[in-house]
Design a protein around this ligand. Structure first.
Ligand SMILES: [Zn+2]
Length: 102
């Protein structure tokens, strides 16, 4: 379902802000490689839900660092449930001491 243009603009801005926070988190915890396969190729924030399903700031800030290949796999080769389980299992495997959303 398409959103009015104005709404996308606001969402886009929120995402840029969130990326700054998650980037800081990855940097401070020295997460520099894909958290699934440890590749360094094209790493970026992967969310547990499809962009359209993300409604809260908490969801926006809950990300896993994935390389291009793993991100593509999660986005395109997994169902929504599988993608969420996949990312949840990575987050659950982190040392709980350092996991803070922002
Ligand atoms: Zn990977």
């Amino acid at each position: 379902m398409p959103y009015p243009k104005r709404y996308i603009g606001r969402k886009g801005k929120a995402w840029i802000k969130a990326r700054r926070k998650t980037g800081k988190f990855f940097y401070e915890n020295q997460i520099e490689r894909c958290e699934n396969c440890y590749s360094t190729f094209g790493t970026g924030n992967a969310h547990r839900f499809k962009r359209i399903d993300i409604k809260t700031e908490e969801e926006l800030l809950t990300t896993v660092l994935l390389c291009t290949a793993c991100h593509f796999k999660a986005d395109n080769e997994m169902s929504r449930e599988e993608m969420k389980e996949f990312l949840d299992s990575i987050i659950a495997g982190r040392d709980e001491r350092y996991w803070q959303p922002c």
